[in-house]
Design a protein around this ligand. Structure first.
Ligand SMILES: C[S@@+](CC[C@H](N)C(=O)[O-])C[C@H]1O[C@@H](n2cnc3c(N)ncnc32)[C@H](O)[C@@H]1O
Length: 300
């Protein structure tokens, strides 16, 4: 989950040529006048993918293959390609909506980046994503918030600072002895979980839970949350478990947001799509986030 791994995520392949979009509101690639969907996809994306792939192979041949590690990396990425390709198709089938379309209440808000947000870690959401999360919480006046995946507490702090004074932010991360520090690019370890929100004035709004989300009893929190943010383990089994739990935590009319909804995290993409079948899942344009605004009570 390092920043480097995120940066080498491949370019997305073409939209599904079979038109298998989840929603009629998706931009329809097949609507282009004189071209069949297949020809359209090939002419717009196909050649550039071939050229880019050839360039990448040539580059690896000149540089990477000189060391065994380079060859191993290359073979691994070749093996992973079909998996990411399938995830890219699932990902592209989800309609894109602008942040304002999903959160029309944000129209009158100003996005801010306090100095405390400028120190960032590779595992943190991007700065603009953090700002948008805060804007969403402020816009809908979320008072009951649940976050799965605290890490250093960067997003927790933003959620807490953006919520009304009487709000509560529950945030969960693994117990200290179960925290996986091995992937962290800095000396971060389990004892530092939540350090950013703990240093802020909004700390009094936060309730830290140290537990494995896969085995936690969410019972007392179910159906009460105005806003749920999911950014924990990114593999399929955990992503599915977290997503299903998130959807039971949120109240009717509330919001669930997922981070890292992008093809590189193929298991997570499939998990979120699976868990939200029949719900209005949207990719938030210009971010790696996806969101569902739950229908209010009484609506399908
Ligand atoms: C990407 S980080 C969260 C970053 C945070 N949202 C931010 O931007 O400031 C993911 C966190 O999820 C935690 N996590 C992973 N698996 C988990 C699990 N099964 N239960 C609870 N937390 C988990 C990790 O320990 C890690 O701290």
């Amino acid at each position: 989950m390092s920043e480097i791994e995120t940066l080498i995520a491949p370019e997305l392949p073409a939209s599904p040529a079979d038109g298998s979009a989840r929603s009629p509101s998706l931009p329809d690639a097949s609507a282009a006048p004189a071209l069949s969907p297949r020809v359209h996809a090939a002419s717009v994306h196909g050649r550039s993918i071939v050229v880019r792939s050839a360039a990448a192979i040539a580059h690896e041949a000149v540089t990477g293959f000189r060391q065994p590690a380079g060859l191993v990396r290359f073979v691994k990425s070749l093996i992973k390609f079909p998996v990411e390709y399938r995830a890219a198709r699932a990902h592209q089938a989800i309609p894109v909506a602008s942040f304002l379309e999903v959160f029309p209440e944000t129209a009158s808000l100003t996005l801010t980046a306090p100095p405390s947000s400028l120190g960032r870690h590779g595992w943190n959401v991007k700065l603009h994503e953090e700002m948008l999360l805060g804007a969403a919480v402020a816009a809908i006046q979320a008072r009951q918030i649940f976050e799965i995946g605290t890490f250093d507490g960067g997003t927790t702090r933003r959620l807490a600072e953006s919520a009304p004074d009487d709000a509560t932010v529950y945030t969960m991360d693994l117990p200290e002895d179960a925290f996986d520090a091995s992937q962290s690019p800095t000396a971060f370890n389990g004892s530092r979980v939540g350090e950013k929100y703990r240093a802020s004035a909004a700390a009094s709004k936060v309730r830290q839970i140290r537990h494995d989300a896969a085995t936690f009893d969410f019972g007392p929190y179910r159906g009460r949350m105005d806003f749920v943010f999911v950014d924990a383990a990114h593999d399929h089994p955990h992503g599915l478990c977290d997503s299903k739990n998130a959807l039971t935590l949120v109240r009717p009319g509330g919001v669930v947001v997922w981070h890292d909804f992008e093809p590189y995290w193929s298991g997570l993409v499939h998990a979120v799509c699976e868990a939200t079948t029949g719900l209005p899942l949207r990719r938030l344009g210009g971010t790696s986030m996806a969101a569902v605004r739950m229908p209010p009570v009484g609506l399908p």
